[in-house]
Ligand binder design. Structure first.
Ligand code: NAD
Length: 253
């Protein structure tokens, strides 16, 4: 897919990896529809995209709410007249040990709130956006591509029972969609970033970050642009389908 004038939705596009993806795609001439919860973040990212000379619009949308997501894709098609790509990037963490034990006593457990919030945004949000995007692409009769942002944590990580379940789930959904939707000209794939220096990661304690960086073969955190360039590679390469791209500095070698 040549990205020039193609319409791409990026969820969580207001900041972090989503902003880097928007800027990467804007530089390639794509038209951006950015969905997020925070208007100021959206406005800032849109201004940066527009400086690169492309059309960009922001949409307040909670990806976990079906009515919001249906409205988002109706509005995007009404505003831009088409839809070629979706990056399911919006995601949150609510970390905590599955079960915490002190002096032989269970002192806490992962709460239903921690579980449900992460399920709703990361898993249900990806499901809803993927479904509504695919419907629009099929109705429009255009070839399309959906990318789910998974994580290196998808294979299991301390304190992330909820998050790891969602990140394994979004990777698996991309495989299922590749199998189901290829017949309509829609591809799907996923990216599993390692530790990338966004607010989500930089909010960790500096000592913990140092320890993490030391354990990465690349000896550093990743840059948002390194995930963004993987997004454009997948969108541009029509022979990529179903796979998960690990961009983690070799963390899982
Ligand atoms: P971030 O917290 O900086 O940005 C996430 C964005 O998603 C924010 O703009 C936030 O407002 C938005 N968002 C959150 N809940 C939403 C909702 N319900 N509806 C719409 N938007 C919502 O995080 P990030 O580091 O940029 O991460 C982006 C994605 O990459 C996430 O899915 C995350 O799990 C994944 N990821 C990040 C890393 C990393 O190291 N940063 C590593 C692996 C995977």
């Amino acid at each position: 897919m040549d990205l020039k004038d193609k319409v791409v939705v990026v969820t969580g596009g207001g900041r972090g990896l989503g902003r880097a993806m928007a800027l990467e795609l804007a530089a390639k001439g794509a038209k951006l529809a950015l969905a997020d919860l925070n208007q100021q973040d959206l406005d800032d990212t849109i201004a940066l995209c527009q400086e690169l000379g492309t059309e960009a619009r922001g949409y307040i949308c909670n990806v976990a709410v079906e009515a919001d997501v249906e409205k988002l894709f109706n509005d995007v098609v009404a505003d831009f007249g088409s839809l070629h790509g979706l990056v399911n990037n919006a995601g949150i963490t609510r970390d905590g040990l599955f079960i915490k034990v002190k002096d032989g006593q269970v002192v806490s457990k992962m709460s239903m709130d921690q579980w449900n919030l992460v399920m709703d945004v990361n898993l249900t949000g990806t499901f809803l956006c993927g479904r509504e995007a695919a419907i629009k692409m099929i109705e429009l009769g255009v070839p399309g591509c959906i990318i789910n942002i998974s994580s290196v944590s998808r294979s299991g990580n301390m304190g992330q029972t909820n998050y790891t379940a969602t990140k394994a789930g979004v990777q698996a959904m991309a495989v299922t969609w590749a199998k189901e939707l290829s017949r309509y000209g829609i591809r799907a794939a996923s990216i599993a970033p390692g530790y990338i220096g966004t607010e989500m990661v930089m909010s960790m304690k500096p000592e913990a970050l140092e320890k993490i960086a030391a354990g990465i073969p690349a000896k550093r955190l990743g840059k948002p642009e390194e995930i963004a360039s993987t997004v454009s590679f997948i969108l541009e390469n029509d022979y990529v389908n179903g796979r998960c791209f690990e961009v983690d500095g070799g963390l899982r070698i």
